[in-house]
Design a binder for this molecule. Structure first.
Ligand code: ADP
Ligand code: TRP
Length: 330
């Protein structure tokens, strides 16, 4: 019954790497969409743990992070009865298809990827896994015939590369892959961090999604502001506190906005209101997370069951791929 209902729906697929605690940028830019859309789409949400290996090479930390992400998703309301929820490493077909894409993409093509160029510009020593990152991501998406991929703005190019690979494979071997499209929500495509740059685990400017009240307070208080006094109008377009007010609006939002434009509110009061609103938003999520975390067996079962469902789909697709490329002799 469920399968019949699902077959009429479009397919949504996305994932967030298990590289540390998620922050409100990850939540608003990507994770929240997965929950909001779980009834409308036949959804596949997975944990790209092999992608995370590029940066996390400590078994204990990686295991903890994977488990943590599953708990995070369940806490924000992802329903494993509606969504196929699994981890990449349970489905070897992802890395298998990645290899086939490796043989179709050229080095100069992959050298144009933003993530690679950024790493190169910083003179970082780049591992082959990082260079090849977009090919594994293309495999993640194309194995499941995804129609839409909800992500933040920074992942747009990866989805474009995915379409290129689908097109290239289809031209060389015949029609196998569907063209996916990124889904980027305009108002949350780049959630700013406490320093005004894009909020990112790598910039030390985050407000963790399950932060304690203390952490929220500390993060908001650290946001730099200019020297305008209480009575002065504020720079609504560039103020870093106001940027977050827009995302966490309480009943007093109209008043905050009015006083920002006309004067009458100091940064201290503005920050206190923001702390209250973020804390009120996070508290129930944090409590739910604590409850779920206490039942580790349930959490592991969710992942195992999701893996079985995903594996069947990936196996069918890979059987077709192997046939098309000419390696299935029996
Ligand atoms: P980070 O930059 O913190 O390491 P990830 O690369 O793990 O984040 O991103 C996970 C998902 O969250 C991706 O879909 C990404 O586009 C989205 N995302 C990350 N940071 C932000 C942000 N500041 N605003 C909007 N979306 C974001
Ligand atoms: N690259 C994504 C990120 O950094 C994670 C990811 C891996 C992903 N494979 C994916 C996202 C497939 C969407 C679809 O956040």
């Amino acid at each position: 019954m469920n399968d019949m209902k699902n077959s009429a729906k479009k397919i949504l697929l996305s994932g967030v790497k298990p590289t540390g605690r998620p922050h409100i940028g990850n939540y608003l830019g990507a994770m929240k969409q997965f929950v909001d859309l779980q009834d409308e789409f036949n959804s596949f949400i997975f944990i790209p743990d092999y992608h995370a290996l590029n940066t996390i090479q400590d078994a204990k930390i990686l295991s903890e992070n994977i488990l943590g992400v599953v708990i995070d998703y369940l806490a924000i309301g992802l329903d494993p009865k509606k969504v196929t929820f699994y981890k990449q490493s349970d489905i070897p077909e992802h890395t298998e298809l990645c290899w086939i894409f490796n043989t179709l993409a050229t080095m100069p093509y992959l050298m144009r990827a933003h993530a690679f160029k950024d790493a190169e510009a910083k003179n970082k020593e780049i591992n082959v896994g990082t260079f090849d990152y977009p090919m594994l991501m293309a495999a993640d998406i194309l194995l499941y015939d995804a129609d839409v991929v909800p992500v933040g703005q920074d992942q747009k190019q990866h989805v474009e590369i995915t379409r290129d690979m689908a097109d290239k494979f289809n031209r060389v071997y015949g029609e196998v892959f569907k063209m996916p499209k990124e889904m980027i929500l305009e108002n949350v495509k780049v959630v700013p961090g406490t320093d005004g740059q894009k909020m990112s685990k790598s910039y030390n400017n985050t407000i963790p999604l399950f932060a304690t009240d203390e952490e929220i307070k500390k993060a908001v208080m650290s946001i730099p502001t200019d020297s305008r006094g209480i009575a002065e109008p504020k720079d609504i377009a560039n103020d870093k506190v106001f940027a977050l007010h827009k995302l966490f609006q309480g009943p007093e939002f109209a008043d905050v906005e009015n006083k920002y434009i006309n004067g009458g509110m100091g940064y201290k009061e503005s920050k206190e209101i923001l702390i209250k609103n973020i804390s009120e938003f996070i508290a129930p999520l944090r409590e739910k997370r604590e409850k779920i975390a206490a039942d580790k067996d349930y959490v592991l079962d969710v992942l195992k069951e999701g893996g079985k469902k995903a594996k069947k789909i990936a196996e069918t697709k890979m059987a077709l791929v192997r046939e098309k490329i000419g390696v299935s002799l029996y």
